[in-house]
Design a protein around this ligand. Structure first.
Ligand code: DMJ
Length: 915
């Protein structure tokens, strides 16, 4: 911020007047909201329609929050399939992901400020009282410093920020005496020992009761942390310092940021994914804007907005320049190596990067934001949700989706920036998909596999902290929110911190801040921060015109990948390089090319390196695909109506469900339950899907016994109590080494936890009907309508509890038998309820199973648009960029092999990486 008081946010001059609120209002929407100027393009959405969608979001929040409060609280999270709380230590460990759970009622704390944004002031007041009464921050639990900071410290501070806002208004929270802030401070002190390293980078984990060092702590031996883990503290820590006057928090967070900045790779200005907290060496040298780094960049820009310290903006701009130079290949964002930034480190993207278009809006760089967002939206349209990772040719790389909010966040910011009603339609689709595919009777369940539509017994707290906030705000007009949202900045967990903090306790800032900066050539970004007042009235179709060329980027994507084409264009006239997926060991020409790699020229060397990388990725991907060919068991009878989908393993014998065949039937337990001898209850299983326990004989033997008894299918349930597909890899049930052609019925395998959901349902409802398939069928729309309050209903007045009981009332009242149910009137859903025979349904849509869809690589016309995008320009830049001249030298074979080894290690690490 300039001394004169004027400022610049993303290149836009900001006059001084109540400086920070203005800066943030401008930065929060560097572009003046263009809602009112929209005149063409996507049809405008009426106020009624927006209100209807806003009410739908409120009802959905009630469903999620109400079920958490009723069935899980005070546990950290709701398990929406088994309808109970997730208590750490009582469930099988899921690894790092459990480090967010500190036995501190995580979801309640993470939801606090969402309640106020959604106008649920009364519920907020109740929730704050519950936090003060019930939450203990002194548990003997090892938690992630990063997650505890963004979710719990951020949640308490967001709650405090809005509590004092309400208190000032004079109606609610009059009793409030800053208790949430006191808790936040207590938690802040608990996190501080994590910073006791020579570098100032925090340990990744801490024991809430015993800290780091004590023997009881069970932590403190880690050497590495992720960049985002160390670089996403400043907003919460500075807010804590400024609210309380205790400067230490802001100082520690600044020191960690300073260290990361010092360690940036000096020629590329990029940072790696993981860093050694003692030596400061980069452990993983790949660099992107998604998993492991994402919110580090976010916090640099937002720290500038909240704290007004120029150094943060300068750092952000330096990194942003590097990101746009190396990582951004619109519409893609692809990881590169920090030392070799022209070399892609992956051929896939992760879902966390979906926040980046939102950050670009804050920066004011709208064009690439629109492009990347559009690409992501097309992936979503294909799979209903954004898979955790997807390839450059938009195939699923990692099929899970834990209801992440990043895409909704970017949609909100893009709508605010452009005023384009297209983004309201995008939001509407997100709402529809959540209700259609993730909503279960007891909340919303994460997707285990977006291809099959199967669920995971998981509803992360960020779903309530972020998703509902952004979706509600997307459709809300100013008067729908009881305070001015532009007076606040969103943390990475969407908690709200007031911008007036920038002028409070300012004296603590600027300590420990390095002041040496490279002069940034930002001439590439002269066009950033366009003022929409200028841009949109002149061209109201601006956003649409950017999206248009990308309209079919996913459907018509060229399977060889967009990035690859740029290299081939670059070397036009020469033979395209050999790609790993095309390689055949029996092809002499291929072997000849392979021999040449690394020996003749730098281009061959690059080809060799890339070839090795691709081979490693390809083989690990193929391994994954072979390990995990999931199938779905969907419970279709009342009260599930297809909403609960369980991940199942297939069998190497019997009916192949992947060949467009599905089997539907009621379930019955076989006797003996292990199915290892002739069944004694054939009358119970005839025409049904038999449930059999794993163990004591071969899978094929069980299949024959139930088939002989007249079963139309079988589900083998694991005998290993507590096992779950959440924690164990799925496998295929093998045959018995003999000919299994006699087995005609489909057989699926469920781990014990998923199996117990069916057994539980059978105990409770007696008649339980399931669908065995390779991909869940759509849920029945009519049932959804019955279950959810009509859009006209004023769900704003419903409390979470009321909403829950309404949903339960539905469960109890609607007791019609499956045969009579209105499902029958929906042939495309579950209308064929003839339990006497297996039913084949017309082929289901084949989404991109990685093993399928390997079209022949081609450079035909449908890829041309994308191939001719600015990549050629990048090549020219590469030529002239002294920093990347390494790529043009002839590298000796030894050095190439050393590089290969390094890259192989990096890729192996990447495989282990948690998103
Ligand atoms: C949230 O907890 C935060 O947004 C974090 O920065 C990364 N992403 C998760 C939700 O996906």
């Amino acid at each position: 911020m300039s001394e004169a008081g004027g400022g610049r946010v993303c290149g836009c001059p900001v006059p001084l007047r109540a400086p920070w609120s203005l800066v943030a209002a401008t930065a929060a929407l560097c572009l003046v909201s263009a809602t009112s100027v929209w005149t063409a393009g996507a049809a405008p959405m009426s106020r009624e329609e927006k209100q209807k969608l806003g009410n739908q979001v409120l009802e959905m929040f009630d469903h999620a929050y109400g079920n958490y409060m009723e069935h899980a609280y005070p546990a950290d999270e709701l398990m929406p399939l088994t309808c109970r709380g997730r208590v750490r230590g009582q469930e099988p460990s899921r690894g790092d992901v459990d480090d967010a759970l500190g036995k501190f009622s995580l979801t309640l704390i993470d939801s606090l400020d969402t309640l106020v944004v959604l106008n649920k002031t009364k519920e907020f007041e109740d929730a704050v009282r519950k936090v003060l009464r019930d939450v203990n921050l002194d548990n003997d639990v090892v938690v992630s410093v990063f997650e505890t900071n963004i979710r719990v410290l951020g949640g308490l501070l967001g709650g405090h920020s809005l509590a004092i806002m309400l208190r000032e208004k004079g109606e609610y929270m009059q009793w409030y005496n800053d208790e949430l802030l006191h808790m936040a401070k207590q938690l802040g002190y608990k996190l501080l020992p994590a910073f006791n390293t020579t570098s100032g980078l925090p340990y990744p984990r801490i024991n809430l009761k015993f800290g780091i060092r004590k023997p009881e702590a069970r932590t403190g031996t880690e050497t590495d942390t992720c960049t985002a883990c160390a670089g996403t503290l400043i907003l919460e820590f500075a807010a804590l310092s400024r609210f309380t006057g205790a400067t230490i928090f802001e100082e520690y967070a600044r020191k960690a940021l300073d260290f990361l900045w010092e360690k940036r790779q000096r020629s590329s200005n990029l940072v790696g994914v993981t860093i050694n907290i003692h030596t400061g060496d980069w452990v993983r040298k790949d660099s992107g804007v998604g998993a492991g780094i994402d919110s580090y960049y976010e916090y640099l820009l937002k720290a500038y907005v909240l704290l007004g310290d120029d150094s943060f903006l300068e750092r952000f701009n330096t990194h942003y320049d590097a990101i746009m130079r190396y990582i951004s290949q619109p519409p893609l964002l692809l990881d590169v190596h920090i030392h070799k930034p022209m070399l892609n480190a992956r051929t896939w993207m992760d879902a966390l990067l979906a926040f980046f278009p939102g950050l670009q809006v804050l920066k004011g760089d709208i064009r690439p934001a629109i492009e990347t967002h559009e690409m992501l939206y097309q992936v979503i349209k294909k799979h209903n949700f954004l898979p955790e990772a997807f390839t450059t040719d938009f195939r699923v790389h990692w099929a899970q989706h834990p209801l992440r909010p990043e895409f909704a966040e970017s949609t909100y910011f893009l709508y605010k920036a452009t005023g384009d009603p297209y983004y309201l339609e995008v939001g509407k689709t997100l709402i529809e998909n959540l209700n259609k595919y993730a909503r279960v009777p007891c909340g919303f369940a994460a997707m285990k596999d977006v291809r099959t539509g199967s669920h995971e017994d998981r509803m992360d707290s960020f779903f309530l902290a972020e998703m509902f906030k952004y979706l509600y705000l997307l459709f809300a007009d100013k008067e729908d929110i009881i305070f001015d949202i532009e007076d606040y900045i969103f943390t990475t967990e969407a908690h709200l911190l007031p911008l007036w903090l920038s002028t409070t306790n300012q004296s603590i800032s600027k300590k420990n801040t390095t002041s040496e900066y490279t002069e940034l050539d930002d001439s590439n970004f002269d066009w950033t921060c366009p003022n929409t007042q200028i841009l949109f009235p002149n061209d109201p179709l601006y956003a649409q015109s950017i999206r248009e060329p990308l309209k079919n980027v996913v459907d018509k994507s060229c399977p060889r990948g967009i990035i690859r084409v740029r290299e081939e264009n670059f070397r036009s006239g020469t033979k395209p390089p050999l790609r790993a997926r095309d390689f055949m060991a029996t092809n002499p020409e291929h072997l000849e090319i392979l021999k040449k790699m690394g020996a003749a020229s730098s281009i061959d060397a690059e080809d060799g390196l890339r070839f090795m990388q691709e081979m490693i990725e390809l083989s690990s991907q193929q391994q994954k695909e072979q390990q995990l060919p999931p199938r779905a068991v969907q419970i279709v009878s009342h009260p599930f109506f297809g909403r609960v989908v369980l991940t199942a393993g297939p069998a190497q014998f019997g009916l192949d469900l992947s060949k467009h065949r599905e089997t539907r039937g009621f379930v019955a337990s076989s006797k003996p339950y292990n199915g290892c001898s002739e069944l004694t209850n054939p009358e119970a299983v005839v025409g049904k899907i038999a449930l059999i326990q794993r163990g004591q004989c071969m899978f094929a033997e069980k299949a024959r016994n139930i088939q002989n008894a007249g079963a139309i299918g079988g589900i083998v349930i694991d005998d290993n109590e507590g096992s779950s597909s959440d924690t164990a890899p799925l496998f295929q049930m093998a045959g018995d080494g003999k000919d299994t052609d006699d087995i005609k019925i489909p057989m699926l395998f469920l781990f014990s936890k998923e199996g117990s959901i069916i057994l539980e349902a059978l105990r409770e409802y007696e008649e339980v009907e399931v669908l065995l398939s390779d991909k869940a069928k759509d849920r029945d729309p009519e049932m959804e309508n019955e279950e959810q309050p009509s859009s006209e209903s004023d769900s704003q007045n419903q409390s979470g509890e009321q909403s829950t009981s309404a949903s339960q009332e539905f469960d109890l009242v609607d007791q019609e038998s499956p045969e009579e149910s209105s499902l029958d009137s929906h042939p495309e859903s579950f209308s064929q309820a003839d339990a006497d025979s297996a039913v084949s349904i017309s082929p289901v849509e084949q989404t991109s199973h990685p093993t399928e869809n390997h079209e022949t690589p081609s450079l035909d016309g449908e890829c041309t648009d994308l191939e001719n995008q600015p990549q050629e320009q990048s090549e020219t830049e590469e030529d002239s960029n002294p920093n990347v001249s390494w790529g043009k030298k002839v590298q000796p074979i030894d050095s190439i092999l050393a590089d290969w080894n390094e890259d192989i290690e990096a890729f192996e690490m990447m495989e282990k990486d948690e998103l």
